[in-house]
Design a protein around this ligand. Sequence first.
Ligand SMILES: [Zn+2]
Length: 201
Amino acid sequence: MPDKRLRSIVNLIILVAAISVAVARAAVAREPKAPGENGQLRVGAFAMDVTPTHYPVIVNGMFEERTADRDVDPLFARAFVFDDGSTRIAIAVVDSCMLPRELLDAAKTEASKHTGIPVDHMLISATHTHSAPASMGCLGSRPDPDYPAFLVPRIARVIQKANDKLQPAQVGFAKLHAPNYTYCRRYIRRSDRVFKDPFGD
Ligand SMILES: [Zn+2]
């Protein structure tokens, strides 16, 4: 795996872990019940490949609709499940540009059936990659006709797998710089003038 790609994945994991711990603390703070067995926080994590298996797929997030006929890097759905002995929550993040409400509701309902975690204790987000199959229409793109139905059970499954792997938690943190992944997206075509972008900004 190229170093660049590894650093980007490590960054994402750190970000998700940090958010997850914060959300777990907030959830616990809202429900001041007795702590779990021996006051132990348990966490389970799992990652599932959600790279499409049939091509071409519609890709959204650009000004016009595009299609992809192969994968360059794998796409993943990742999940964490937290349990403090009295409250259990699930947080998932999917390599997708955007995920529509009905898809998220369907994935949560399915995951809830298998884990018993209430749907209002689940949070699912997208990494907002512009290079994944379109789960919803945006700008000039339609949703891919097949990919949303492929994705729903896999999101449910990754939450279920994370739930199955609950174990006593250890918390740590790491920090690194990744300047290669940030840049200004303003349209600058002359050193002395900034032009409007296609959105008029
Ligand atoms: Zn975007």
